[in-house]
Write a protein that binds this ligand. Structure first.
Ligand code: IPE
Ligand code: IPE
Ligand code: MG
Length: 225
């Protein structure tokens, strides 16, 4: 049976969710943040899931209006502060991939503090992809390997990535689009892909559970027969 050790999610559809309700896009991001808590708690209490990687802000999302970008940065800061008790209660370790040096000093401090305070939690590693691009991370890994003067092969390359979280088993995208949008390029080589029309603010642990059931039934061949 397939084991859903690492689940990665492209949390898409917040803006459309809000617009469908005649609200500003940022209201969708607020609702989406609540869903992150429910999905994280579900994964922390699931026997198989060890890593949950969530795409929260891409290297391309800076193209959005300043007001939306500023809102997302504030939301992240407040959210990390507010959710600390949940991380501790559910014993979730917080980790980040992406180039956070482009964020404000205050937000970087909040991110590093959350990482530090949760580093001994063992039920789940929740990885937020922040100012993340799959290409960007591969380039960073190449630079680190070069600096270390290390020989590169497929097995040791991951050691130079932003975090050692391993291959993705299930990649889920909500919001109906069928694309990768520069997420985790290296680690999804043999991931099973799932696309749902559900907008992220409407996504539930029940839907995730049914996707995991479908994943269990798939025949992963990894190039074999
Ligand atoms: C995903 O939802 C969240 C982020 C990119 C921060 P969107 O904001 O892309 O929502 P849609 O795709 O416009 O509905
Ligand atoms: C991908 O969603 C990024 C995140 C969910 C953070 P986008 O909404 O930015 O992707 P595109 O523009 O539809 O490809
Ligand atoms: Mg989108």
């Amino acid at each position: 049976m397939n084991r859903a050790r690492h689940i990665a999610i492209i949390m898409d559809g917040n803006g459309r969710w809000a617009q469908q309700r005649g609200m500003q896009r940022i209201k969708g991001h607020e609702k989406g943040a609540e869903v992150v808590r429910h999905i994280t708690t579900f994964c922390a209490n699931h026997d198989e899931v060890e890593v949950l990687t969530l795409y929260a802000f891409s290297t391309e999302n800076w193209k959005r209006p300043k007001m939306e970008v500023d809102f997302l940065m504030r939301l992240l800061d407040n959210w990390l502060q507010k959710e600390l008790p949940t991380y501790q209660k559910e014993r979730v370790r917080f980790e980040v991939i992406g180039d956070i040096s482009k964020f404000s000093k205050k937000l970087q401090e909040r991110i590093n503090l959350t990482r530090e305070l949760t580093k001994n939690n063992t039920k789940l590693t929740q990885v937020l992809a922040l100012n993340y691009g799959g290409r960007d991370e591969i380039i960073r890994a190449c630079k680190r390997a070069k600096e270390a003067n290390a020989p590169i092969d497929e097995a040791n390359f991951e050691a130079f990535f932003d975090a050692q979280i391993g291959e993705v088993d299930m990649l889920i995208r909500t919001g109906g689009e069928k694309r990768i949008s520069n997420f985790l390029l290296w680690r999804i080589a043999y991931a099973e892909l799932f696309f749902t029309d559900t907008l992220w603010p409407d996504f539930t642990p029940e839907e995730l559970a049914s996707l995991i059931d479908e994943f269990k039934k798939r025949h992963r061949r990894f190039g074999g027969i």
